[in-house]
Design a protein around this ligand. Structure first.
Ligand code: ATP
Length: 363
């Protein structure tokens, strides 16, 4: 039997369960012994009841659920070598040397480091008598495949991350609800949406919900933004529109890199246009609730492809990440994608916004 484990790490996203389900079922189908690792890297470090064998029915009736049924956590222990030693020992004890990690760039970086260190971790464990010679011999190579779960769609290399489409649905539903009440009272609504340094959610819902103005991190506003937004809103009202919708991405900034907040925008609109203006911060609603059909299918496809990639990889294969490229599931070098994603974040921090967009565009 090939030992295979799946875990979810970092922030949760809708569609992770579909991926977990596909990993388990395709793994079983291909003759693997499949395990869940509960609570991400923390479960790997703690071992015991956190690493449990999965069967066909353990993943029944989960595809429609949001979040991750096997739990996710941030884990400081795994960032230290002693934590990774414990994690390796726990995996060896169960005969696990194939891992599917579902998470963001941090989780994938941790996975890559773990794989790089695997040989030396095993040497140390054997020397200290913490694993048997047989366990050492059988599990000399660790194979890893990553899947990206994130509602932000901020990972380079894939057209869509697992969870983004569901988050878009959640936001659109909320805006539609707001629009009906805004219409009655001729109000202006400012909706703050998630995305960290990535404006994908904001720009897409801006298009889909015909927003009047969108603030995103990749296009910091110029000094005259207050005049511009007021002119635009006035124009819409003058042409007969009874309401205005403004989308503010949580990472929106001005040219000095200073945050543009929903509160700031509200003050500008109220002061200059005297419109009845309200703020709605959607918050964690965006990452909750059932996954969309797209995310269920995306998670399923990615999970299945991850197991196939593991089974086809030879012992020296570099870890890959399963990505969506023009509706094809493709295998890309994990660390190259992580590196590019981090470069985008760095470019954003350094206020090189065009560079960030260019780097993202390449992926
Ligand atoms: P999200 O996009 O939701 O933030 P993420 O996977 O990027 O997801 P992180 O908090 O960065 O989230 O990482 C999740 C976990 O991965 C960490 O708590 C830690 O256990 C592990 N991890 C992250 N970076 C490293 C690293 N450099 N070395 C070892 N482990 C790491």
């Amino acid at each position: 039997d090939k030992g295979l484990a799946v875990f979810t790490s970092g922030g949760d996203a809708q569609g992770m369960n579909a991926a977990v389900r596909a990993v388990v079922r395709v793994g079983l189908y291909l003759g693997c012994k499949v395990y869940f690792i509960r609570e991400g890297y923390q479960g790997m470090v703690d071992g015991g009841e956190h690493i449990v064998e999965a069967n066909w029915s353990s993943v029944s009736c989960i595809i429609h659920k949001g979040g991750t049924i096997i739990g996710s956590a941030r884990c400081m222990d795994f960032k230290k070598r002693e934590g990774r030693l414990k994690a390796a020992q726990n995996l060896i004890e169960k005969g696990i040397n194939n891992l599917v990690v579902i998470g963001g760039d941090g989780s994938l970086t941790g996975a890559d480091l773990f794989r790089q260190e695997w040989g030396s971790l095993l040497d140390e464990l054997l020397k200290d008598g913490r694993i048997s010679k047989e366990g050492f011999e059988k599990n000399k190579n660790l194979k890893i495949v990553g899947l990206v779960g994130s509602i932000d769609n901020d990972f380079c290399g894939t057209d869509m991350t697992i969870g983004t489409d569901s988050a878009l649905h959640r936001i659109i539903e909320a805006i539609d609800a707001i629009v009906s009440t805004a219409y009655s009272h001729q109000r202006t609504f400012i909706m703050e949406v998630m995305g960290r340094h990535c404006g994908y959610l904001a720009i897409v819902v801006g298009l889909a919900a015909e927003a009047d103005y969108v603030f995103i991190p990749e296009e910091p506003v110029e000094n005259d933004w207050e005049t511009k937004i007021c002119e635009k809103l006035q124009l819409e009202r003058a042409s007969g529109q009874r309401l205005n919708i403004i989308i503010v991405s949580e990472g929106a900034i001005d040219r000095n890199g200073q945050p543009i907040t929903a509160e700031q925008v509200k003050n500008v609109v109220e002061k200059n246009l005297h419109q009845d203006t309200r703020i709605t911060v959607l918050g964690h609603v965006q990452r909750g609730g059932s996954p969309s059909a797209f995310d269920r299918v995306l998670g399923s496809r990615m999970g299945a492809e991850a197991v196939m990639a593991l089974m086809e990889a030879d012992d020296s294969a570099e870890p890959c990440v399963i990505s969506l490229d023009g509706n094809q599931a493709v295998r890309l070098p994990l660390m190259e994608c992580v590196k590019q994603t981090k470069e985008v974040a760095k470019a954003m921090e350094e206020k090189k916004w065009d560079r960030a967009v260019e780097l993202r565009g390449k992926s």
